[in-house]
Design a binder for this molecule. Structure first.
Ligand SMILES: [Zn+2]
Length: 160
């Protein structure tokens, strides 16, 4: 039996399903799928059938180990608050570890800057709202979507 492939919902709410046999990609709309079902059988135009598992982007966080920077989003001139480590990344947000306790509040908007460890070493610079402040760990949700190439690169990075 063929392995189950994983598919991810992208920023536009579509799920590109790649056939493992012919590599053709078929786009389906995420809201056409029943919410409680995650595994699907897909019949490709090449005649093969494959099973794919949908990873909802909210649930899918990839463990990372990137050094980055935290900045105040307001004012826009982005004053560096502290160096941090990006511990995990999803299409929706980041888990951040700080080395010295920055004075951050929940609901505060920050700017997170780091590089992906992909081939292009893509610079990611995104606004995020702080959702959780722990002793060393901060959770933040991205507030700016559709910021172009970097979202696409995050998508491909998560898919790797
Ligand atoms: Zn195919």
């Amino acid at each position: 039996m063929a392995a189950i492939t994983k598919s991810y919902i992208n920023q536009t709410g579509c799920i590109p399903l790649e056939c493992p046999h012919c590599r053709r990609v078929k786009q389906i709309s995420a809201d056409k799928l029943p919410a409680n079902k995650r595994k699907f059988k897909v019949k490709c135009t090449c005649g093969e059938t494959f099973t794919t598992e949908i990873e909802h982007r909210k649930n899918y966080r990839k463990q990372t180990n990137f050094i980055g920077e935290l900045m105040h989003a307001i004012p826009q001139n982005g004053k560096v608050i502290t160096t941090c480590r990006i511990n995990n990344l999803s299409q929706n947000g980041v888990g951040i570890e700080v080395f010295t306790g920055p004075q951050l509040r929940e609901e505060e908007t920050i700017l997170v800057r780091f590089h992906l460890d992909n081939k292009k070493h893509t610079l990611v610079e995104k606004k995020a709202k702080v959702t959780h402040v722990g002793k060393r760990n901060i959770g933040a949700e991205f507030v700016d979507h559709f910021t172009g190439g970097q979202d696409k690169e995050i998508y491909f990075f998560l898919k790797q």
